[in-house]
Write a protein that binds this ligand. Structure first.
Ligand SMILES: Cc1cc2nc3c(=O)[nH]c(=O)nc-3n(C[C@H](O)[C@H](O)[C@H](O)COP(=O)(O)O)c2cc1C
Ligand SMILES: CC(C)CC(=O)C(=O)O
Length: 347
């Protein structure tokens, strides 16, 4: 896996993947305005480094809720890893554990959460949940995640319906091929379909909080007023996310949304961000603007498709090396020293 940027890893992945699966991973909703915006917005921000600060040894580690990550780059929850590699989510979890970062296991994983945990002892796992209208079944999922050792519940709130993704529609990609299943959805001898629940509301957050003592992260918050409501309803953290541009198209880039959300709730809870993070400099910009950490979705899938566990390890190592390099070049010894003064929006 001697690839020197995430773009090169994506190019290898694209060669290896079935085109329908590549398009499922890469694509987004509608005209993919938001998919492009997420990456482009990072490019529009400039970093203004400080010099002669005698920064010394670098510290990239962060504490997040009840977990620790050696780098502020988490693995975002993404579905269907067995489409990319025969070890699927097992390989991703091993690479995340080796990189000492947190993997958010998708509820739509193709390896059951217990098997993901068993494959990567010592991995810091969080579990992503689409709350199902059958709350008893939702509770079963929560219990399984707890028993598997997951340390937070990441509740995705941007999906009252699934986004309309032209590439998936064009390929007719609706079902997993050949024996692959969402293994967390097994219920006796059937596998339940995932329901996107339009009736999900703030009230259900109370129900979930009664269901579990795990900290709850709300993923998919984009409006400052919702960030305030999340804090008021006992969320332990929020993740500013537009689902990588896969849900509502034309939502702004997450990095552009971050400052208003941090201004609203940054002193009340940790704010995470995902969407379009492709370089260490992107990570620095997000942290400088107040994110506690970021998560990457597609880059991990590209690593997995390009080289399995080693490919994911390579992606995470590239990002770590870039974060360390950018920190040093900005004159910072630690991610705690990053602040808004480091970021400029050129006129
Ligand atoms: C192929 C794919 C599958 C995804 N599956 C899920 C999922 O199961 N649950 C979820 O909350 N988000 C899911 N997401 C969204 C990611 O968690 C994340 O928000 C997004 O990928 C971040 O953008 P990035 O890919 O530009 O890093 C998925 C994204 C992709 C690309
Ligand atoms: C199984 C899907 C609902 C996973 C997802 O969130 C996505 O494809 O963006």
């Amino acid at each position: 896996m001697e690839r020197w940027s995430l773009r090169e890893v994506e190019a290898v992945a694209r060669e290896r993947l079935d085109p329908a699966h590549y398009d499922y991973f890469a694509g987004g909703a509608g005209d993919e305005v938001t998919v492009r915006a997420n990456e482009a917005a990072f490019g529009r921000l400039a970093l203004l480094p400080r010099v002669l600060r005698g920064a010394g040894k670098l510290e990239t580690g962060v504490r997040l809720l009840d977990s620790r990550a050696a780098v502020p780059v988490l693995v975002a929850p993404t579905a269907f890893h067995l489409l990319a590699d025969p070890e699927g989510e097992r390989a991703t979890a091993r690479a995340a554990a080796a990189a000492e970062t947190i993997m958010i296991v998708s509820m739509a994983s193709t390896v059951a959460v217990e098997d993901v945990a068993a494959a990567a002892p010592g991995a810091e796992l969080w579990f992503q949940l689409y709350v199902q209208p059958d709350l008893a079944f939702t509770e079963t999922l929560v219990r399984r995640a707890e028993a598997a050792g997951c340390k937070a519940l990441v509740v995705t709130v941007d999906s009252p319906a699934l986004g309309l993704r032209d590439r998936e529609l064009r390929h007719g990609f609706h079902d997993l091929p050949g024996g692959l299943r969402c293994e967390n959805l097994r219920d006796g001898d059937r596998v339940r379909p995932i329901v996107m629940w339009p009736e999900l509301s703030w009230e259900h957050l109370g129900t979930l909080r009664e269901m579990t003592s795990l900290p709850i992260v709300l993923k998919g918050v984009t409006h400052p007023a919702d960030a305030r409501l999340a804090a008021g309803h006992g969320a332990a953290a929020i993740m500013v996310s537009n689902h990588g541009g896969r849900q509502l198209d034309t939502v702004p880039a997450t990095i552009d949304l971050l400052p208003d959300i941090v201004a609203e709730v940054g002193d009340a809870l940790p704010v995470l961000l995902d969407g379009g993070v492709r370089r260490g400099t992107d990570v620095l910009k997000a942290l400088a603007l107040g994110a506690a950490a970021v998560a990457v979705g597609r880059p991990v899938l590209w690593g997995l498709a390009a080289g399995g566990e080693r490919g994911v390890a390579r992606v995470l190592a590239l990002l770590r090396a870039e974060v360390e390099n950018a920190l040093a070049l900005c004159g910072c010894a630690s991610v705690d020293e990053l602040g808004p003064a480091l970021v400029r929006r050129p006129c």
